[in-house]
Structure formats: C-alpha cells, structure tokens
Design a protein around this ligand. Structure first.
Ligand code: GDP
Ligand code: IMO
Ligand code: MG
Length: 422
C-alpha cells in the first residue's frame, strides 16, 4: 500500500500528466487536490493525445477511481464538456467523483478575472483567464458556491442569481459588460443536471481508500513556484500547489503520505508574467521552445524557456519534501553542444544560493552558470540509465546532487514507453 503525492517543482507544465498516467499502472485512485481548469495535463497514448484540465490523469487506466477533491475550483460547464469529450473518445468516465466541498467557477468569475487583468495593465499576472483567482477569493470570502449545490437545483439557482447580481453591480460600476443572468443560469442548470450523479463526499472515499491499504496517488497541478504562499508572489496562482496542499485539498492526514514525487523538466519554462532568472532570449531559448514544443496546453501561449535553475529547484524540493525526482524532457537537450545549470545568483554584488523571498529581488538576480558539454545524440530510445550518453548521465547526476533528491524516473519523450525507472 502507498499514498504518494506527485507535484510540479517549477512553474508548471513539467510533464505531470504523463507521469501520473505512467505511475497509475499500479494505482487504485488518483486525486486532484487544488487548482482548476487553468491546468493542462497532456497524456499521449499511442497515436492519441489527450489534454486534461480537471479530470485526473488516471482516467485512461480502467477501474482507477478519479477524484476531483475539495481543494479545487471547478468550472461545471468546463467539466461537463471535458467529460463528454472523453466519453465520445471511448474513455470510461464512470470512475469520476466530484467533491461536494469543491468550489464552483461561474461566468462572473471568468469575467472578473479578465477585468482585473485588463485593469492591471503592465502589472498583470498573465492568468489563464479561467476565473481561478476570483473563485478562490469567493471561497476565502465565504460567499462561494460548492459542489454539493449541484444536487439541489432550487438552492443552486438562488445562490447563483444572488452572486450574479452582486457581480453585475460591480461590472456596471466598472463600465464592463454585465452578464445575462437567465442565459447563464440555463447553461449552469444543464451542467448541474449532468454532474449531480458524480458529486459525493470525496473526503470519505479518499480516507476509506487509504485506510483499506489501496494505492492512492495525488496529482498536483501547476508547480511550487506558482504556490500562493511559497511561489513568486504576486505572480502565482491562487492555491497551495505544494505537496502540503494535498492534505487540505483532499482531507487526507499527513501521516498517510509515503512518497513525494517531484516532476522537474531538464530545463525551465514559465507561462505568464513574473521573474525568471535563467530565461533565454537567444537562439538556445528558441531551440528549446521549438524542440520542446513549448506552447501552453490550456491557452496555447508560447512558454518562456531557459536553463535549469538549481537554486529555485533546490528550494522547491525542500518545501515539497521531494524524495523522488522524475526528470522529464531530457531529449529536448539532445542537440545542444553546451548545456548550462544555474548554481547560484549574484544580487547586489553578493553571490547567494538561496532563493530570495521577494519577486522584485528575484527579477534583479544574475544567474551564475556552470557549463556542461552536451551529448549531441538522441536519448529518445534509451530505456535504462546506462543507455544514456555519459554526458547526459553526468548532467542528471549533477542536478540530483544540487537539489538533494534522488532521480527515480527519467522521461525521454512524450509517450508512455519513453520513460524508465533509475
Ligand atoms: P503538465 O501540465 O505538467 O502535465 O505538462 P503539460 O502537459 O502542460 O506539458 C508537458 C508537455 O511535454 C506535453 O506536451 C507532453 O506531451 C510533453 N512531454 C512530457 N514528457 C516529455 C518528455 O520526456 N519529452 C518530450 N519531448 N516531451 C514530453
Ligand atoms: P499545469 O497544471 C503553467 C500560471 C498562469 C499565470 C499564473 C496565474 O498545466 O502545470 P491563474 O489562471 O492560475 O490565475 O494564472 O499561473 N498557470 C500555469 N502555468 N502551467 C499551469 O498548470 C498553470 N496554471 C496556471 O500562466 O502565470
Ligand atoms: Mg500543463
């Protein structure tokens, strides 16, 4: 029996979806615990490619329970569309459970998200526009609407109309288009009828599974550097993305947790605004984006690309308590003659190896690089660590040493089979 948590260690898009799919071969239950459909988790199986936003990435393994936990903010219309699309492609969605405590995202949250970003101008966060921040604001403000209301249409309608009117007053005052409440309610009602049979007390099902000795895997969304407390605030998302979030976001106690998997790209990417010390603006950055196909799985935006940053990665491993690393996209570095690792920063004439707390300071640091010779051959067919070129092995070993965690899985391509245990 094991209860494991898998999280992204950077700014998201590390390949969590692929790793969850690989690891669920031996798992009974996969649980999402935070975020919403700002996430885009890609799973490639044979010639089929799926991008999941709310449905856990265990959905492709028959019989695996897929839980959308209490810590999420869920767009009911988005979830209905995602589930319908999966069903149309022949995937069994009957294993999905939606928490009665998860908060719901409505059109007014999305409109508010866009309004705030527009008003912020150059200071914008670069959100996904999915209404994530405003929905978590309502949760903290104790005026959110929870999953349980999907089972009671009369209650849902009353709560929804009250909130809609409140937001419409705000929109009108700001000179922003107001929402057509009746039209929005019709869409919400359809989604509520569709989702109601999936709504349940997931805190109970997760705890029962853990107590019964089942293998449970928690699927993080985003990454540690987007965590509301520990990330590059204010350029973060609005939830606790780190491993600790799995407990509050699902109702499982910390004592059950065995392993924390940290998924880490062999280089670094970021979507949206905010500091990124090792960002590349040259041909190497363009090469990483092109070969790594670094375009957002949710918004299609080009991802910013840069060298591996051991300072932020070590920090991330520390706050997540990562004991097993899964390093992805090693193959993307195959053609580079030199690969760099940032081992420290220079800030105000001093060399530092700890990540500064303030985003403004992080934006001012100059990375200190260690240069490594590339391997200039394909790693895509390697299926053991020993089959990797020597320079690639040295690169991975150096990363493990710098972030103080063990490399347990290496991924050398998007497909299931392009993955091996170390
Ligand atoms: P997630 O949000 O962490 O699940 O990651 P995304 O799905 O947003 O982005 C990761 C992208 O990299 C997807 O297109 C994956 O298919 C792809 N991918 C995952 N692992 C590898 C790998 O080892 N090599 C390559 N070349 N692509 C990978
Ligand atoms: P996955 O799970 C990468 C980023 C946005 C923006 C910031 C806040 O696929 O790794 P939000 O819409 O959450 O309020 O946006 O967070 N962001 C992600 N970046 N991968 C993600 O998810 C992300 N989810 C949010 O680009 O900078
Ligand atoms: Mg993604």
């Amino acid at each position: 029996m094991s209860v494991d948590i898998l999280v992204g260690t950077l700014w998201g898009d590390e390949g969590k979806g692929k790793l969850i799919d690989v690891l669920t071969r031996d798992v009974d239950m996969v649980v999402r615990f935070q975020g919403g459909n700002n996430a885009g988790h890609t799973v490639e199986i044979g010639d089929e490619k799926y991008v999941l936003h709310l449905v856990p990435s265990g959905i492709f393994r028959p019989g695996v329970k897929c839980v959308i936990g209490n810590g999420l903010v869920v767009d009911p219309i988005g979830l209905m569309e995602e589930m319908t699309a999966l069903k149309e492609r022949g995937i069994d969605i009957s294993t999905i459970e939606l928490s009665d405590k998860a908060h719901l995202i409505f059109a007014y949250h999305k409109a508010c998200d866009k309004m705030k970003e527009l008003a912020a101008g150059k200071a914008k966060i670069g959100t996904t526009g999915r209404g994530i921040g405003p929905a978590y604001e309502d949760k903290a403000g104790r005026c959110g609407i929870r999953g349980g209301a999907l089972r009671d249409l009369a209650l849902l309608e009353k709560l929804f109309r009250t909130q809609c009117e409140k937001y419409n007053t705000r929109f009108a005052a700001a000179g922003v288009d107001t929402l057509d409440v009746d039209a929005e309610w019709a869409k919400v009602k359809e989604a509520a009828v569709y989702l109601a049979p999936y709504v349940t007390d997931t805190v109970l099902s997760v705890n029962k599974a853990a107590k019964a000795g089942k293998n449970v895997l928690f699927e993080g969304a985003q990454g540690a550097l987007l965590d509301i407390d520990h990330g590059t605030y204010p350029f973060v998302t609005s939830s606790n993305t780190i491993s600790g979030g799995a407990c509050t976001g699902s109702g499982i106690a910390p004592r059950y947790v065995d392993t924390v998997w940290g998924v880490m790209k062999a280089y670094t990417t970021r979507v949206g605004e905010g500091p990124f010390p090792t960002e590349l603006f040259d041909a190497d950055g363009e090469e990483l984006r092109k070969i790594g196909r670094e375009f957002g799985a949710t918004t299609g935006r080009p991802r910013r690309c840069g060298w591996f940053d051991a300072v932020i990665s070590a920090y991330s491993c520390m706050i997540n308590g990562v004991n097993k690393l899964a390093i992805t996209k090693l193959d993307v570095l195959d053609t580079l003659e030199t690969v760099c690792i940032c081992t420290a920063y220079e800030l105000d004439g001093k060399v530092i190896t700890e990540m500064p707390t303030s985003a403004a300071d992080l934006a001012r640091v100059k990375p200190v690089y260690e240069k490594h010779p590339g391997w200039c051959c394909s790693t895509a067919e390697a299926r053991t660590f020993a089959e990797l070129p020597e320079n690639a092995q040295k690169y991975l070993n150096r990363i493990a040493e710098l972030v103080d965690a063990e490399v347990a899985i290496v991924s050398v391509g998007p497909r299931r089979d392009q993955t091996f245990l170390v």
